[in-house]
Design a protein around this ligand. Structure first.
Ligand code: MN
Length: 151
């Protein structure tokens, strides 16, 4: 396997040299106003992980999903909230979020500003699943969170 050259990706106002702003996902459409920036991806295949930046515009949200692989997330812009199974947490810049395996999760930019975060994941990982109504009912008891989720 060839090794990619060491590099610095300079950042100017949440835009990185040579990194394209892309739509969040192509397989599903259960999200709103979110974009994906792959900072370290396929061109650095010697890394066991991928480093991405996601940005959600005010009132947007990521897809409600779960999967076996865990997520490591660091908020670097704005604030909002995250649903982790039956818990709802407020989050703001520089907070760190760990999303364990099989946790139903969704990020919301619900604090009147964008929510931007770095997310590091294994390069080889399972595809996200969308919870069905039974799984949601069995996992999430909080009425507040049931009202908040978007699917
Ligand atoms: Mn996920």
């Amino acid at each position: 396997m060839s090794k990619s050259k060491s590099a610095v990706l300079s950042c100017d106002n949440f835009s990185w040299d040579g990194v394209e702003k892309k739509i969040y996902k192509t397989e599903t459409d259960n999200f709103r106003d979110i974009h994906r920036y792959t900072l370290l991806g396929d061109e650095h295949s010697e890394l066991n992980s991928e480093t991405r930046y996601f940005e959600i515009q005010p009132d947007g949200y990521s897809s409600l999903e779960y999967h076996r692989h865990p997520h490591s997330v660091v908020i670097i812009r704005g604030s909002g909230s995250v649903i982790l199974n039956d818990e709802l947490h407020s989050i703001q810049s520089f907070d760190v979020v760990y999303i364990g395996p099989e946790t139903i999760h969704q990020f919301h930019a619900d604090n009147g500003e964008e929510l931007g975060f770095i997310c590091v994941v294994d390069r080889y990982r399972d595809r996200p699943s969308i919870p069905d109504d039974d799984q949601i009912r069995n996992t999430i008891r909080s009425e507040k969170i049931l009202k908040k989720i978007r699917k």
